[in-house]
Ligand binder design. Structure first.
Ligand code: NAP
Length: 289
């Protein structure tokens, strides 16, 4: 039997509907709307597209958004000042620094400027540190990993005690996903480019999260039958049949995995829509706190 598809678009739509209602209630109670401030530096087309998507999502749920768009030549001080002005702006409750930044910008220094109370992207070292420490609560958890956890929960799979395999250990996806799965009492294995015999390790996973950045890298026969497979990857590959000449595929060989997995996300339409939704949820949370 083919795997059940976890429809990230449908889950995101439902959650955004709930966030929209909560924003109206919040406005009725307090007289103001939650606000998100975005900092974008340079003219990277993909980053500009993500910022537009975030603005439109904010509009859909009634969150006020501002974007500070700086040229690629912006100095470190100018970028940090943009963050500081959002820190001081009472109409802005959440700040998102769109990454990557141009090479001459020290990203870590910029991210360190984000007020903890407004770190709706959840990647301030203090929030990530708290995520990894027992008995500590981060103010916010990062959007993509939080979306991954929500999709796993949608399947009804038991996370507690499950073997979870996370492929990738980046600061924004792999590492926080692994920490969140650990906090949910899964037994977690983190894989990376130096992992030996990756197929054998992946085979152990009742839950597999792929965040590698390589098209169709995880093969169907690596998977344990019935596994929950969450594909975070978003890779453009040439496609002569597409108008644009390319299409997006995940890090998992979807067609092969479909025949083995119990539940699986699609790319596009899986984790992507959840990332924006979790950013909206965090912005509402920031306004409430
Ligand atoms: P990243 O920073 O490049 O990290 C990739 C990870 O994969 C690294 O930890 C790397 O290991 C590991 N890796 C690379 N080659 C490997 C191999 N042969 N075997 C095992 N592990 C290997 O990427 P990222 O930012 O986490 O993003 C991962 C993917 O998710 C990308 O496709 C990205 O576009 C996508 N993404 C999607 C969303 C969304 O909202 N849908 C959000 C963020 C990212 P090392 O640490 O050893 O180098």
């Amino acid at each position: 039997m083919p795997a059940e598809i976890i429809d990230g678009r449908a889950v995101a739509k439902r959650l955004q509907g709930e966030i929209g209602k909560a924003v109206v209630d919040f406005e009725n109670e307090t007289g103001f709307v939650p606000g998100l401030g975005v900092v974008l530096v340079g003219d990277d087309a993909a980053s500009a597209m993500y910022v537009r998507m975030k603005r439109r999502a904010c509009e859909r749920v009634g969150i006020h958004s501002k974007a500070e768009i700086l040229p690629a030549s912006a100095t470190q001080a100018e970028v940090e000042n943009a963050v500081r002005s959002y820190n001081a702006d009472p109409s802005i409750h959440g700040i998102l620094v769109q990454l990557p930044m141009p090479d001459h910008i020290d990203e870590e220094a910029v991210l360190n400027e984000v007020s903890l109370a407004k770190d709706v992207d959840g990647i301030h070292p203090m929030n990530l540190g708290r995520l990894g420490m027992r008995g500590r609560e981060p103010s916010f958890t990062p959007a993509t990993p939080t979306g991954v956890m929500a999709l796993i929960n949608e399947t009804g799979a038991q996370v507690e005690g499950a073997e979870a395999v996370v492929i990738g250990r980046s600061n924004i996806v792999g590492l926080p996903v692994a920490l969140m799965l650990t906090n949910a009492n899964a037994t977690v294995t983190i894989c990376h480019s130096r992992t030996r015999d990756l197929p054998a390790v992946v085979k152990r996973g009742d839950i597999v999260v792929a965040a590698v950045g390589r098209a169709e890298f995880v093969k169907g026969d690596w998977l344990k039958p019935g596994a929950v497979v969450i594909d975070v990857g978003s890779n453009s590959v040439p496609d002569a049949n597409s108008e644009k000449g390319y299409r997006y595929v995940g890090d998992v060989d979807y067609a092969a995995a479909l025949a083995v997995a119990g539940h699986i996300t699609k790319v596009p339409g899986g984790v992507g829509p959840m990332t924006i939704t979790m950013l909206l949820a965090n912005t509402l949370k920031a306004a409430r706190s």
